[in-house]
Design a protein around this ligand. Structure first.
Ligand code: DAH
Length: 339
């Protein structure tokens, strides 16, 4: 028996394992109920009493040695599983889904980028405004219906603290502070006191553009509009201008583009006309220039304003305005492939 004890001890001194399952195999081989050391323990019972005194301690020592060796091996693998050495840095990472830009942000960025190629730079103004910048400086008559409580959110019953109803207020703010040449694009959120439905919301987004310099003409406006429409909706896009009215422009116009869904043939989206309205524009009324401290005899300018939701609907056919503010991830994910 003593030879077998020594032989097993010598083996145990040599053991190695490549992974945790090999360690387990070693444990079974030596220490399980039917393992080699347990086997020796069984045989030990039959050993004559006078030899037990000599063999007993040796056998116990062997068992402890085996347990220590195998535990040490097992621990080395437990560490390797969590430690840096055990990491497989070549393994493909678990897929991580990226977030998406909001469709209104995608379109806002595109509009801004088109105008910036024409030399326009971004200007911003406050959403909480005063009467002067939203209405008076922009030539709204004192009794103009747009000032009415039904359209405008007033704050704290004070008629001079209100939420801007359009981004044209930024025009007024910039003109007050800057002399021409002025070439700005003003994206932002606006508020109107409307009941929320698929087609109207109490807040939405606009982009305003303003160009003031010497000898700015309606032809400049028209060419800018054509460039914008074709960059935004494709080079086949046609535009038409219809006379309109805004207090802050004279003459004023509304711009239609050839319907980008049916290519101008007429469909339900354009109500069979082949055209869809996308923005308001005109030559800045001289009264507005003068109100803001710009000499209307020396300078002229054009302005235009559009709703970002409207442009987005045209590009992506979003049927219900409420989708834009509900943050439904299923809707937002549809814009994953957009820029
Ligand atoms: N402010 C107008 C609106 O909210 C849009 C607009 C029309 C802006 C004509 C302009 C413009 O600058 O020239 O409906």
């Amino acid at each position: 028996m003593i030879e077998r004890i020594n032989a097993i001890k010598a083996e145990l001194e040599q053991i190695t394992a490549k992974d945790a399952s090999e360690v387990e195999a070693l444990r079974i081989k030596y220490l399980s109920k039917k393992g080699e050391i347990s086997q020796l323990m069984v045989e030990f019972r039959e050993v004559p009493a006078e030899r037990k005194r000599e063999l007993g301690p040796k056998l116990n020592e062997l068992k402890n040695f085996a347990t220590e060796r195998i535990n040490a091996l097992r621990e080395s693998f437990a560490n390797a599983d969590t430690g840096v050495e055990g990491l497989d840095l070549t393994r493909t990472a678990a897929p991580m889904r990226l977030g998406t830009r909001h469709p209104l942000s995608i379109v806002r960025r595109e509009i801004v980028s088109i105008f910036s190629r024409l030399g326009f730079s971004i200007a911003e103004g406050p959403e909480i405004e005063d009467d002067w910048h939203v209405f008076s400086a922009l030539n709204f008559a004192a009794d103009h219906p747009a000032r009415d409580m039904q359209d405008t959110f007033f704050i704290q019953r004070n008629p001079d603290v209100l939420l801007r109803t359009h981004t044209s207020s930024v025009q007024a703010r910039v003109m007050e502070k800057t002399q021409p040449p002025i070439r700005i694009i003003c994206p932002g959120r606006v508020y109107r006191n409307e009941a929320i439905s698929a087609r109207a919301h109490c807040f939405f987004h606009q982009v305003e553009a303003l160009y003031v310099d010497t000898e700015v003409s309606f032809a400049d406006l028209r060419q800018t509009l054509l460039y914008f429409a074709q960059e935004m909706f494709g080079s086949d896009t046609k535009i038409r201008l219809r006379p309109s009215y805004f207090p802050f422009t004279e003459p004023s116009a509304e711009m239609d583009i050839s319907c980008n869904l049916c290519g101008g043939k007429g469909c339900s989206f354009c109500k069979g006309t082949g055209w869809v309205e996308i923005l308001g524009c005109g030559m800045v009324d001289p009264n507005v220039l003068d109100s803001c401290g710009i000499d209307s005899k020396k300078y002229s300018g054009f302005a235009l304003g559009m709703g970002i939701e409207r442009i987005t609907n045209l590009k992506y056919q979003v049927k219900d305005l409420r989708m834009f503010s509900e943050n439904d991830v299923r809707f937002l994910r549809e814009f994953e492939s957009a820029r």
